[in-house]
Design a protein around this ligand. Structure first.
Ligand SMILES: Nc1ncnc2c1ncn2[C@@H]1O[C@H](COP(=O)(O)OP(=O)(O)OP(=O)(O)O)[C@@H](O)[C@H]1O
Length: 280
């Protein structure tokens, strides 16, 4: 990867965003309320919040797959009004084409954009090497493990040179050891490519280990509780999980999240009419 590709673009602002879901039948559900935070260019910013609080909803709004009810999202000062090639989302579910080899999967996007096949394949091959899959580039997705599939997906996202990478719980569902290894791998990749990243997780350890800054969310109606800078040096390794800085940040994050997680746990089921009382 040449220096020219190291970018300091991708500054994202989520400004006073609100999102209400619902229908005439179910009634309104205020999921996000006055949510504001920034993803500084070149940073790895992690959104951390209890399950169901609206993290994926925020990703959808930043990706432009959905629009806020209130507020605004900008990327490098330009309002997000729909999906664009400047943002790539990597989801938990694999989106690799099962009928293509890993090399073809990663080279697919550039070839579609008109890049000559040899050039696209050479770049795809270099990226697969970066994610530790060089020896597997002729395999099909079904012939590799779940963790390898996620790495191939990250390679496929990086080849598109997005300004902003959005990763929505990409390591969810992997076993504990694979997840830890994926985090280390991902950090190496981030240090190398420096693509501005918004990473979503509900795992505190994963969040602190990866983040330059943590954006901690409340439970619904969800807003930003606080933003915590993570001053752990890079490159990082798992030894840092025992450092005092790490311990202090974890304590702070746990304090903030515990009560919100309880709210999520205790939430009563929403009745079919969304809890709206009839007028007798
Ligand atoms: N398209 C939609 N229509 C109606 N409600 C929605 C829609 N998308 C999300 N919601 C509601 O928004 C809330 C937040 O969902 P979201 O998936 O964003 O949370 P999350 O924090 O990503 O959850 P998890 O950590 O469990 O993946 C939920 O109550 C969900 O039912």
């Amino acid at each position: 990867m040449d220096q020219a590709r190291k970018t300091i673009s991708g500054h994202c602002r989520v400004d006073a965003v609100g999102k209400v879901f619902g229908s005439a039948d179910s009634g309104p559900e205020i999921v996000l309320k006055n949510c504001s935070f920034e993803v500084p260019a070149g940073s790895l910013t992690v959104l951390l919040g209890p399950s169901g609080c609206g993290k994926s909803t925020l990703v959808q709004l930043v990706a432009g797959y959905d629009t806020p009810t209130l507020g605004n999202v900008t990327l490098d000062g330009v309002s997000v009004t729909g999906p664009g090639t400047d943002r790539i989302v990597v989801f938990q579910e694999t989106a690799l084409f099962p009928w293509m080899t890993l090399l073809d999967n990663v080279a697919y996007g550039p070839i579609q954009m008109g890049i000559p096949r040899r050039e696209a394949e050479s770049e795809a091959s270099a990226l697969l090497r970066d994610v530790g899959l060089k020896a597997f580039e002729d395999r099909y997705p079904s012939q590799i493990s779940g963790g390898m599939q996620r790495r191939a997906e990250v390679a496929r996202a990086l080849i598109a040179r997005p300004k902003l990478m959005l990763l929505d719980e990409p390591f969810r569902g992997l076993d504990h050891m694979s997840r830890g290894l994926m985090q280390e791998y991902y950090l190496k990749l981030f240090d190398q490519h420096q693509t501005t990243t918004l990473f979503v997780t509900s795992e505190i350890d994963e969040a602190i280990f990866l983040a330059d800054r943590l954006v901690i969310l409340s439970y619904k109606p969800t807003t930003v509780q606080t933003v915590i800078d993570v001053p752990l040096p890079r490159p990082r390794d798992f030894q840092m999980l025992t450092s005092s800085v790490y311990g202090q940040i974890k304590e702070q994050a746990l304090d903030l999240l515990y009560n919100e997680a309880l709210k999520a746990f205790d939430q009563p089921a929403i009745p079919a009419n969304g809890g709206v009382r009839g007028t007798a």
